[in-house]
Design a protein around this ligand. Structure first.
Ligand code: PLP
Length: 284
């Protein structure tokens, strides 16, 4: 695995940032995870758009140009020699003497890594489905910003692992918003695909954006509205999406079967569309 840190390329084990980096001390930083498939980036422009939106929200400046970022990312993939992997990008406000307020005139820290990732493991999971648990959402009020302040997500994912579940679904004020690292959907009794609308309560997922576009192009009914945990429990189908799991059926929630306990027809159809889109974009 290879890394880039502020102008230098090298092995991940030798890459380092200052212990006074504000990403390390305050989680004053943002990240992106981009799928590398067949040596190509999936949805690169959307990830760049979300990164820049987050940087603007946090007043972090001084990122290289779009073209320079793409060139660094491409060089790192070619150095890695992986055809399938994950590109991780992290931008922090920079390194300075510890003080909550913004330091004046320090350069942002830009880190990228490429690691191998096996997307093929998702294909059997698409057939069998995965299980999930529900947990209270203990995150901050700006879940739409992809900060590295991930402690509530880390604790939730660990609780899911301990329960032998793939994902933890967050519930806030009775509404089930999204997973700890995934967006969530239910298929309603009338066949509509229902997902939480974009708001400060969820991350605007790139896989979400792509999937909703595919569903609309296929004339499938999509409704963006909040739904309750009780509705989710009663739904015939539940599924999730993310960069690392383009679409996965949830067949068990809190130990109870979802629908018939097997992936349903709407999720299967969307799965075929999602993987066809990956193939179209990357030749995977
Ligand atoms: N929701 C949360 C909280 C996430 O952390 C992630 C990804 O890490 C997602 C949703 C899915 O986003 P994407 O499709 O861009 O990977």
């Amino acid at each position: 695995a290879v890394a880039y840190v502020n102008g230098r390329y090298g092995p991940i084990a030798e890459a380092a940032v200052s212990i006074e980096d504000r990403g390390f001390q305050f989680a004053d930083s943002l990240y992106e995870v981009v799928a590398v498939m067949n040596g190509r980036f999936l949805d690169w422009d959307k990830h760049l758009w979300r990164l820049k939106r987050g940087l603007a929200a946090l007043f972090i400046e001084g990122l290289p140009s779009d073209a320079a970022l793409a060139a660094i990312a491409r060089r790192l993939v070619s150095l890695s020699r992986y055809s399938d992997g994950l590109l991780y990008i992290q931008v922090s406000r920079g390194a300075a003497k510890r003080d909550h307020g913004f330091p004046a005139d320090i350069p942002a820290t830009l880190v990228m890594t490429v690691r191998r990732f096996n997307f093929r493991q998702r294909l059997p999971q698409l057939e069998t489905g995965v299980s999930a648990i529900s947990l209270p959402d203990q995150r901050w009020a700006r879940c739409d910003i992809k900060t590295t302040g991930l402690l509530p997500a880390v604790l939730a994912k660990q609780e899911a692992r301990a329960a032998n579940a793939f994902e933890a679904l967050f519930e806030k004020d009775g509404i089930v918003t999204e997973g700890s690292s995934t967006n969530l959907y239910m298929v309603a009794a009338d066949g509509r695909i229902v997902t939480h609308p974009l708001s400060a309560s969820i991350l605007p997922g790139i896989a979400r954006d792509t999937l909703l576009g595919l569903a609309q192009d296929a004339q499938m009914q999509v409704e963006e509205r909040p739904f309750t945990l009780e509705e989710a429990r009663a739904a015939p189908e539940l599924f999730l999406t993310s960069t690392t799991a383009p679409i996965l059926p949830i067949v068990q929630l809190d130990g109870a079967a979802v629908g018939g306990g097997a992936p349903g027809p709407v999720t299967r159809r969307l799965g075929a569309l999602a993987w066809a889109e990956i193939q179209r974009q990357t030749g995977w």
